[in-house]
Design a protein around this ligand. Sequence first.
Ligand SMILES: Nc1nc2c(c(=O)[nH]1)N[C@H]1C(S)=C(S)[C@@H](COP(=O)(O)O)O[C@H]1N2
Ligand SMILES: [Mo]
Length: 263
Amino acid sequence: MKKQSKKVKKELTIEQKISRRNFISFTSFAVLAVGAFEGWRWLYKSPQEITGITGGTRKPLRRALNKTEIFFRRTVFSENHLVKTYPKSMAAKHVRVNSDIGVEASKKFDPAAWKLVVNKKAGEVLQVTLQDLMALPKTEIVYDFKCVEGWDQISHWAGVKFSDFIKHYQLDDYAKMQFVGMETPDKAYYVGIDMPSAMHPQTLLAYEMNDKLLPLEHGAPLRLIIPVKYGIKNLKRIGTISFSDTRPRDYWAEDGYDYYSGL
Ligand SMILES: Nc1nc2c(c(=O)[nH]1)N[C@H]1C(S)=C(S)[C@@H](COP(=O)(O)O)O[C@H]1N2
Ligand SMILES: [Mo]
């Protein structure tokens, strides 16, 4: 019996072989196509996440994004993993100004009257002047600043390490929370940062660029310099700092950009 069927196979004509192959490939293609369509329909029909902190995508996609974030946080991110630094001589003399939400030149702003507002529990508020910050240990960094829009530039910043600021103002209990939120004084631009990235040894509350006080367009009197994140998280002109265990609102995440935006 076996032998006979083998014999039959061998006797298939060229035409038969071709039509059999055609049949196999068309059927597999059809099966794949139906599969792809069903997959798409599943995604299309799955519920939209609630727009709010993040930009509104299908829930399964957000689950995937969140998993990518967890993967990055566990593998790439580490307190001991430092972003590459450069000699000062390599820092750009003409630093690019990217966008100016909340720091528009047309907006009235008096840097001399500015104070950093730290929101504590039960409505308690801590106010810090630039002089207070300048009295704390100063840390400098020269690194490659990267914008998601596709440019990067080696730049030189100086200020107070966020972790030194936390220690000095005895905010250690707040630093045990999961997130820091920072907003411009007019609340037009705002970012949410996971605590490990905020407490990273290269994260600065920066008041200087190229050895001079920050120009207004770069975020005077104080901006966030967070080398483990893309430019979008490096908020210019910090007005308030808050702490929370839920994700603070984030300007670009609301538009669908990656909330974590790590490098
Ligand atoms: N207040 C405020 N901060 C901001 C922005 C902004 O529009 N407003 N843009 C962000 C983006 S997208 C980038 S790339 C950097 C650019 O910083 P720079 O203008 O000092 O180069 O600032 C970030 N911080
Ligand atoms: Mo950017």
